[in-house]
Design a protein around this ligand. Sequence first.
Ligand code: MN
Length: 132
Amino acid sequence: MTDSVGAGRKILLVEDNLDNQAVYRLILEHSGFQVILTERGDEAVEIARSELPDLILMDISIPGMDGWEATRILKGDDGTAHIPVIALTAHAFEKDRERAEELGCDGYMAKPIEPRRALAVVVEVLEKTGRA
Ligand code: MN
């Protein structure tokens, strides 16, 4: 992995916690990704449709519409179903992992997430889904 692993790829970061926004944005941009940020689920759906990001990091507990609902809409829409979604949940509950799988999420992370591990999961999912 190099600093340019992102190579201008677009990541939609859906996160309402300011500290998490700053941490993920920093490590993603440092790795060459372009980061689009929103803290709202309804806006995440709109942005995903217009920007067609290469991957979405989706916090589940967000205003507007929760991350499950936003993911359900995006995975049910032919225009956005192909975009990999990594769910970010507050707890490592087995039911959350199962729900992420049911909704078609391509990855799942329980907070707190060490930034370098988050980056590794992003790269792994991009490779797995053929978008790296
Ligand atoms: Mn949140």
